[in-house]
Design a protein around this ligand. Structure first.
Ligand code: IVH
Length: 670
């Protein structure tokens, strides 16, 4: 289906359903049935069609998931059926006692469903006639908060089900370990406080008043409870029905009457949990049969027919041998504890980031201290606290550096940040980090050039800036220890190939604060050329969907520096790609658009303004903002206003979108 095929509301409906199916395959079933690129093409068509037919937009359109609503607060939601909690068990004996009580209550052996205890936040989702109408937090169990707008951005939560189900489902919303890691890496590089674990990160992400932030956090869900008018007869049936309805249900479970089998499952998961992509903190045992559950009953706190076995906390003691301070690309200075190696949650740990000065001061971590370590998100080693009883008598509080460990310039502790920062733009550590970023995969993708070679090149005095990289030759390279002719050639090839990297990769490679790979792509697509980007105003950058004030400010500040402009000029001389590659359009040939002054107005169905502007500019037209006597053509879409009126007054040629497309088609046939 291409854009021009979407003519009717039915075509639009089909497109929404198709995209939702792809999304369901990916986010619920973990199956990729379409490539990112194919999805993106269809999604862009959807946006276009929605822009020109706002009355068609369905509440379950994928465009409704991007967030953007800014909430003033969260309304209260009363849970008709309270969201209870579970009592805990910490060993086999306690589980056996639980089973004994249940058998006594029902008078026969009991079957249990053992599920993973996902370490996230409980959520409740209400559907009416198959449509997602409300999402809430647990709160105090009776009253929670309405987080519907935030949960809408969670892609594994269906906005519309395949059946007209009315009822409530409950489960856990969580942040996968990898997303947690990435988020914290980003926050640390930006000098922001890191989240202690994925659970806190998920909680912080769900309670965002700006739902765009929630949308960017990659949250997901597992559902495990089904509340509907006609009750289910067992927990197994509930899980199966949830799956049939289109919800994401955790596949790891066991159904058995045997405590020995349950313990085997627990032991198996105790090991496997370190390899799962999300955090679990235990196993929940639930009586399967609902009739049995009713016989066993509830306490005020929760059901007596379910219990949570909690894994013992994976913690170890070790000794801090040294604290190292390192400078990142943006000048943030981060302390790392170097410790005596210990075995922890599946790996040997000997270093842990101490994140920032505030944290060291709060925890009062000193060299020689015995500390307790655990793994945040089951992956990132972290010092939880100092064992004060074991502190050596002569220990001294850790000295916080006043000068940069790399360039020895004074460090700054900005008020709004938790980080210490080296403000020297010529700091060697920052330069080396910046160079390493420039050559990395998502930037200039120079295979064969890594942080080690960058450090060597810097120390040899060959490379001090991004443009110096392109001044390397074989002679310089082979003069470095360990670099032979063959690897020198590889480096030179990588440098040559990097000239073909697209504009967005070059922009990302500059390492401008807050301008990540995605923002770089959006900015490059919007402006089309590096020249336009360097001249863009904050307002223009801010207008781009998905780019906020912080990014806009950082980008424009960067390009307000003469040295940045100088570097771009050098890039041009070197031959880097500084324009977005479009399908080759032969501008040398005469065409109806060449040398014409054109004004665009109103909503166009098949083009975004910047897209059409770029296309016409490529054809040699001058696309301007206001209608005057000099204007040759006004292209008017739907709801065109004053510009159209003015064009009529001045007798300027007015084309509608159909006429425009006809001329464009003619060009292709010429
Ligand atoms: S069943 C009546 N099943 O653990 C409560 N809970 O204290 C029914 N949790 O608040 C909860 N995974 O947030 C259940 N597979 C699972 C779970 C699970 C995580 C959380 C849930 C609940 C807490 C128990």
């Amino acid at each position: 289906m291409n854009a021009t095929d979407i003519k009717t509301v039915e075509d639009y409906q089909k497109l929404v359903e198709k995209l939702n199916q792809y999304s369901h395959d990916y986010y619920v079933l973990d199956q990729e049935t379409v490539t990112d690129k194919e999805y993106d093409v269809l999604y862009q068509q959807l946006l276009k069609i929605e822009a020109s037919h706002p009355d068609w937009v369905r509440p379950d359109s994928p465009s409704k998931r991007v967030g953007g609503e800014v909430l003033s607060g969260f309304e209260k939601v009363t849970h008709e059926i309270p969201m209870l909690s579970l009592s805990n068990a910490f060993n086999l004996e306690e589980l056996q006692a639980f089973d004994d009580r249940n058998q006594k209550a029902v008078g026969h052996p009991v079957t249990y469903v053992c599920e993973l205890k996902i370490d996230g936040l409980s959520i409740s989702l209400r559907y009416e006639n198959g449509v997602f109408v409300q999402g809430a937090t647990r709160g105090n169990g009776t009253v929670g908060e309405d987080i519907t707008a935030n949960l809408r951005t969670v892609k594994s939560i269906p906005l519309r089900l395949k059946t007209d189900f009315t009822g409530e489902v409950r489960g856990e919303c969580y942040m996968p370990k990898s997303s947690f890691e990435q988020l914290n890496d980003k926050r640390e590089a930006e000098g922001q406080a890191v989240f202690a674990n994925p659970r806190n990160a998920a909680a912080g992400s769900l309670r965002q008043l700006n739902t765009k932030v929630t949308a960017s956090r990659n949250l997901t869900v597992f559902l495990y409870q089904l509340l509907r008018e006609e009750p289910v007869t067992s927990q197994e049936e509930a899980l199966e029905s949830l799956k049939q309805l289109g919800f994401r249900v955790n596949p790891d479970r066991t159904v058995t009457q045997s405590m020995a089998a349950i313990w085997t499952f627990i032991e198996h998961m105790t090991e496997k949990r370190h390899h799962l992509p999300y955090e679990i903190d235990g196993i929940v045992l639930k009586v399967n049969d609902v009739a049995d559950q009713q016989k066993i009953g509830f306490t005020v706190k929760g059901p007596k027919w379910a219990i949570a076995y909690k894994f013992p906390a994976d913690i170890k003691e070790t000794v801090v041998r040294e604290v190292r301070w390192t400078v990142g690309r943006t000048g943030v200075v981060t302390p790392t504890a170097i410790m005596a190696p210990v075995h922890l949650a599946g790996t040997i740990v000997q270093r842990a980031s101490l994140h920032n000065v505030d944290l060291i001061v709060a925890k009062d971590i000193r060299i020689g201290d015995t500390v307790v370590v655990h793994k945040a998100g089951d992956i990132i080693p972290e010092v939880t606290h100092v064992v004060l009883e074991k502190r050596p008598k002569d220990s001294q509080p850790l000295e916080i550096p006043k000068t940069c460990p790399a360039c020895h310039e004074p460090l700054t502790h900005l008020k709004e940040e938790v980080a210490l920062r080296c403000m020297n733009p010529n700091c060697p550590a920052q330069l080396v980090e910046g160079l390493s970023h420039f050559v990395s995969r998502n930037a200039m993708n120079m295979t064969g050039i890594g942080p080690r070679l960058i450090t060597q090149l810097y120390q040899a005095g060959y490379v001090k800036s991004l443009t110096d990289l392109y001044r390397l030759d074989e002679e310089k390279l082979v003069s470095l220890p360990g670099i032979k002719e063959k690897s020198a050639k590889k480096v030179l090839d990588a440098l040559k190939d990097s000239r073909k990297r697209p504009l967005n990769a070059v922009l990302f490679g500059l390492g401008i604060r807050h301008v990540g790979a995605k923002a770089a792509r959006l900015i490059a697509e919007h402006f089309g050329t590096m020249d336009a980007i360097t001249h863009a105003t904050m307002e223009e950058v801010e207008q781009i969907d998905g780019v906020g004030t912080i990014i806009a400010e950082s980008l424009t500040t960067f390009f307000s520096l003469p040295e940045s402009i100088e570097m771009v000029k050098e890039f041009e001389k070197i031959g880097l790609t500084l324009t977005l590659k479009k399908e080759a359009v032969d501008t040398s040939r005469s065409n109806v658009f060449r040398n014409k002054t054109i004004v665009l107005t109103g909503k166009l169905a098949n083009y975004t303004r910047p897209e059409l502007k770029q296309l016409l500019t490529d054809l040699g037209a001058d696309v301007t903002g206001s209608v005057s006597k000099k204007t040759d053509i006004v292209i008017a879409g739907e709801d065109a206003g004053s510009k159209l009126e003015k064009a009529e007054q001045l007798n300027v040629s007015i084309w509608d979108e159909k006429q425009l497309e006809a001329r464009l088609k003619d060009l292709n046939h010429e």
